[in-house]
Write a protein that binds this ligand. Structure first.
Ligand SMILES: Cc1cc2nc3c(=O)[nH]c(=O)nc-3n(C[C@H](O)[C@H](O)[C@H](O)COP(=O)(O)OP(=O)(O)OC[C@H]3O[C@@H](n4cnc5c(N)ncnc54)[C@H](O)[C@@H]3O)c2cc1C
Length: 389
């Protein structure tokens, strides 16, 4: 592949480089061949999570004391990037598990919560799901209607969630509820709800355009009883848990966009080298070569943005704007790259015989999940302008 240096990350330690090589090898040799079937059957085989656990790729940023690798967020982002180049559905489910559940348990959890959850989450024995969106509150997440009421040593939850990645395969759900729905961010609580909790049921999700292998579903809480020790952070202080988690999650989605685009790009490059029309490889036509060049520029730019945001986060420096920029740019870049990849393959690109059709469908999610592109622009503008009201 002409783009071999794409995998060089700035300031990678030997250990981080080894993780990248491990995930690259697994993604290309074990995951990629399964990707069409994962999409077709709408299911990631359980053994994929077992293998990811064995390779320690589900707990990259978690200290070894809790069963992780003890590496940084940049390294975790490159795991998602490599998985996405092979199978975006798997990358999405892993990004939700690691970025939206493992990471907040590590950051906000008590010692008891970390000891209880992290080893199983890192080994892949348990998977996580993040439950913020509701039928009537998506971008306006603070309007969540799921209500929580303290009753003795339990919290009673009532409400519902929609579009929840990993819903049927997760054992632990990070759930947003409010002690006073409609009263704003200072009433939000974050709970770790276990599968099997009395009053908590999981329903089917709708048919999806892309990311079809990544499970999703609806959650229903009907007087669900959650033990007090499952509250993550303080009561009424959950908004920070969700916002901080989403800031980190945007770096993960950015990495997913870079990897997915890389996968589509590689397929387009190979095709442009091999497909002949008018007696020549189509890559010799400037119009096709220009698409390939633009793809390369976009992927390289997006990769640098994602790594920069991850490095700022790892260094404990402000990174909200950079994370939103990385997410916005890479998700739009990825959609452009996938559209052009289909174009390079012409009619064959429109068929299931080649993977670019799947990459094209999978890419759209990136402009919607974890804050739409419109919301990213709001976040960036607010960081630049400050709150003007
Ligand atoms: C495949 C997939 C997986 C998902 N996984 C999860 C998950 O695991 N957990 C979870 O909690 N959620 C998940 N979601 C939900 C996702 O986060 C929401 O769909 C997303 O935040 C948008 O919310 P919404 O769909 O309600 O759209 P809406 O908020 O209703 O937005 C509709 C349109 O209005 C625009 N809009 C809204 N408000 C503004 C504004 N203020 N300014 C400008 N434009 C605006 C939006 O950009 C969009 O174009 C998932 C979604 C998908 C598709």
């Amino acid at each position: 592949m002409a783009d071999a240096d794409a995998f060089e990350a700035p300031n990678f330690s030997d250990e981080q480089g080894m993780v990248r090589e491990t995930v690259h090898g697994f993604a290309r040799s074990e995951l990629m061949p399964l990707a069409p079937e994962i999409d077709e059957k709408k299911r990631i085989p359980r053994q994929i999570y077992t293998r990811l656990g064995e390779l320690q790729l589900l707990g990259v940023p978690v200290p070894e004391a809790y069963g992780g690798m003890g590496l940084n967020g940049l390294c975790a982002a490159t795991v998602v990037e490599e998985l996405a180049a092979a199978c975006a559905s798997t990358a999405l489910s892993v990004a939700a598990h690691v970025g939206l559940v493992v990471a907040p348990v590590l950051r906000f959890g008590s010692e008891a919560q970390k000891k209880r959850w992290l080893p199983d989450l890192c080994s892949g024995k348990a998977l996580g799901a993040f439950a913020l969106t509701e039928p009537n509150s998506g971008s306006d997440a603070v309007a969540a209607q799921t209500k929580c009421v303290k009753k003795g040593d339990r919290w009673i939850l009532n409400g519902s969630k929609i579009f929840i990645t990993n819903a049927h395969v997760a054992q632990v759900f990070l759930v947003c509820a409010s002690t006073e729905p409609g009263a704003g961010p200072k009433k939000i609580c974050a709970f770790l709800v276990e599968k099997g909790t009395k009053g908590f049921t999981i329903g089917q999700g709708d048919e999806k355009l892309g990311m079809r292998g990544s499970d999703w579903g609806e959650l229903l809480f009907q007087d669900a009883e959650v033990p007090s020790e499952n509250l993550l952070g303080q009561a009424n202080a959950g908004w920070d848990v969700f916002m901080e988690t989403l800031t980190g999650g945007r770096i993960g989605i950015g990495a997913l966009g870079v990897g997915l685009a890389q996968g589509a790009f590689e397929a387009a490059v190979m095709y442009a080298q091999e497909r002949r029309q008018f007696g020549k490889p189509i890559g010799t036509f400037q119009a096709v070569a220009s698409m390939i060049a633009d793809m390369s520029v976009g992927i390289e730019t997006g990769r640098l943005m994602v790594y920069r945001a991850a490095q700022l986060r790892d260094a404990g420096r402000p990174h909200k704007r950079q994370a939103a920029i990385a997410k916005l740019y890479t998700s739009e870049m990825c959609n452009r790259v996938c559209t052009d990849a289909v174009q390079v393959l012409g009619g064959y690109g429109y068929t299931k015989e080649f993977p670019v059709e799947r990459y094209f469908r999978d890419a759209k999610l990136l402009e919607i999940g974890e804050g739409t592109s419109q919301v990213q622009r709001l976040v960036i503008a607010r960081e630049v302008l400050g709150r003007l009201e």
